[in-house]
Write a protein that binds this ligand. Structure first.
Ligand code: UD1
Length: 423
C-alpha cells in the first residue's frame, strides 16, 4: 500500500494568490462507485476526481466483472453483467473505503467475500457496526483467516430497524447500499448526517432507489428489486476545500475557491473565520484573504460527526494555527491516532503538545523547512501547508498518501504562486 517513493520539495514563505476550482469529492465518489455496482446498466459519474483511491475502486469493479473507464473527468462504469462477488486481499488492502463494497456486493449478488480491514494510519478501524447491521438484515457472516464471507439465504436482504450506537459514516453507507434492493423497509436510527451520505442517496435515487431522510438522523429506505444506471455529478470535495483554504491561511494571501459547497463547509468556515482571516462566500464560491498574523481559536476545536467540526480538517487547520498568535486546543473525538502529523510539524519548529485526545498548539513566530514524512492523507496535506508557510525548503516523503485524496495537488499550489516540485 502507498509504495510511492516520490517526494515534494517545497520552498515556503511566498504569499499565495489565485483561484482554484474544487475537485469532486473523494469521500462521495468512492461509495458512489460501490453503489454503481448495484445498478443494472451504465453509470456515468461526472466530475470524478482522478485519485489513486478512485483507480483502486475501478480495479475492484473490474475484478467484479464491470467494465470501467475514465473519459476525461467522467468515470464510466457498466455493471450489466457482474461476474464475481469476491475481492482479493490485495485489492481490499489498497484502500480503506473498499469495505463499502460489502453492502453493494451483498445487495446485488446475495453473497460476498471480502477481507477484514487491518489497522490503518489512523488507528484500529473496527467494522463491528457494519457486520451487526448486515446480520440484522439477514446476512449469515463467517470470518475465517481474515476473510469475511457473507450470504443472504433468500438471495435478498430483509428490511429492518437498525439503531447505530455511533453515527458511523461507513456503517451508514454499507447499510444503505444493502438496503436499497432489500425486501421491505429499512430504518436507520442515529444515521451519519455527512453531506457525502446525502450525495450517495441522491445518486441512488437517480438510479431509482426509494430513500428518505438522508441528512437527518433517521433514514428510511424502501427496497426495490432493480436499480438502473444514470448520469450523476459528484459533489465538490469539502475537505480539499478546507485544505486549500488552510494553505492560504497558513502562507498568507488571497484565494478564491470555485465550485465550492458552501453550506456543507460551514462547520469548518465558522472556525476559520475566528482566526481573523476575511472569509466571504457566495453561492458556490469562497473568498479568503489573510493579511496580518492569524489569531488562535479561543474555544476548543472538537472534531465531531457532521455538522460538527470534521476530523478530516483537523490536521490542515492545525497547520495554519501553529503560527497564530496565542494558544489553540484541538480535541480529536473520532479517531485514536490522528495526531501523527504533529511530529513533522514539531520538526519544523511548531510548539505542539499532544495529551490523549487533546493537542495544544502554542503559536510560534516562524517555522523552518525540514525533512519530513507524510504519514497519512490529511496529515500529509497539513505538513505541505506548513511547509508553504515556513522559511526555507522542506523535503516531504510519503506523498503517495497525498495522491490518494488530492487531484493535481502541486499544480493547484503552483497556480497560486507556491513553490513545489515533485521528485
Ligand atoms: C470517518 C469520518 C468521516 C471521514 C472518514 C475518513 C466521522 C464521523 N467519520 O468515516 O467524516 O471522512 O473517517 O477520514 O467523522 N467505529 C466502530 N465500529 C464500526 C465503525 C466505526 O467502532 O463498525 C468507530 C471508529 O473506530 C471511529 C468512529 O466509529 O472511532 C468513526 O467511524 P466511521 O464514521 O465509521 O469512520 P469512517 O466511515 O471511516
Amino acid at each position: 500500500m502507498h509504495k510511492n517513493t516520490q517526494k515534494f520539495v517545497i520552498t515556503g514563505g511566498r504569499r499565495l494568490c489565485g483561484e482554484i476550482a474544487l475537485q469532486g469529492s473523494k469521500n462521495s465518489a468512492l461509495p458512489i462507485m460501490a453503489a454503481a455496482f448495484l445498478a443494472q446498466g451504465e453509470t456515468v459519474l461526472k466530475g470524478c476526481p482522478k485519485l489513486t483511491d478512485v483507480y483502486s475502486a475501478m480495479r475492484i469493479l473490474t475484478c467484479l466483472g464491470c467494465r470501467c473507464r475514465m473519459e476525461g473527468s467522467n468515470a464510466v462504469i457498466d455493471s450489466s453483467s457482474p461476474g464475481s462477488f469476491s475481492i482479493s486481499d490485495e485489492l481490499m488492502g489498497e484502500m480503506r473505503s473498499s469495505i463499502m463494497f460489502m453492502g453493494a456486493i451483498l445487495g446485488r449478488m446475495g453473497e460476498c467475500e471480502v477481507s477484514a480491514p487491518g489497522g490503518c494510519e489512523l488507528g484500529p478501524r473496527p467494522i463491528d457496526m457494519h457486520l451487526a447491521a448486515l446480520r440484522k438484515m439477514g446476512a449469515e457472516i463467517n470470518i475465517r483467516g481474515g476473510r469475511i464471507y457473507c450470504r443472504l439465504p433468500s438471495g435478498r436482504a430483509r428490511g429492518t430497524k437498525i439503531s447505530l450506537s455511533f453515527p458511523s459514516v461507513g456503517a451508514t453507507e454499507n447499510i444503505i447500499l444493502c438496503a436499497v434492493r432489500a425486501e421491505g423497509e429499512t430504518i436507520i436510527n442515529n444515521a451519519a448526517r455527512e453531506p457525502e451520505i446525502c450525495d450517495l442517496c441522491s445518486f441512488l435515487r437517480c438510479c431509482g432507489a426509494d430513500i428518505k431522510g438522508d441528512g437527518e438522523s433517521r433514514i428510511v429506505i424502501n427496497g426495490i428489486e432493480n436499480l438502473h444506471g444514470c448520469e450523476y455529478t459528484v459533489m465538490p470535495d469539502r475537505i480539499a476545500g478546507a485544505t486549500y483554504l488552510s494553505i492560504a491561511a497558513a502562507a498568507g494571501g488571497e484565494l478564491i475557491l470555485k465550485n465550492a459547497c458552501v453550506a456543507e463547509m460551514e462547520p469548518f468556515l465558522s472556525v476559520l473565520e475566528q482566526t481573523g482571516c476575511c472569509v466571504y462566500s457566495s453561492e458556490n464560491r469562497i473568498y479568503l484573504r489573510r493579511g496580518g498574523r492569524l489569531r488562535a481559536i479561543k474555544n476548543r476545536i472538537r472534531t465531531m460527526p457532521h455538522p460538527g467540526f470534521p476530523t478530516d480538517a483537523q490536521a490542515v487547520l492545525m497547520a495554519a494555527l501553529i503560527t497564530a498568535e496565542g494558544t489553540s486546543v484541538f480535541e480529536e473525538n473520532i479517531f485514536d491516532c490522528r495526531y501523527r502529523h504533529t511530529d513533522a510539524l514539531i520538526k519544523m519548529g511548531a510548539d505542539i503538545e499532544v495529551m490523549g485526545k487533546a493537542a495544544v498548539i502554542r503559536g510560534v513566530d516562524r517555522l523552518h523547512g525540514a525533512e519530513a514524512e507524510a504519514t497519512d492523507l490529511r496529515g500529509g496535506a497539513a505538513v505541505a501547508a506548513a511547509a508553504l508557510s515556513a522559511d526555507g525548503t522542506t523535503v516531504l516523503t510519503g506523498i503517495g498518501h497525498i495522491d490518494r485524496g488530492y487531484e493535481k495537488f502541486e499544480e493547484a499550489v503552483t497556480s497560486l504562486g507556491g513553490i513545489i516540485r515533485r521528485e
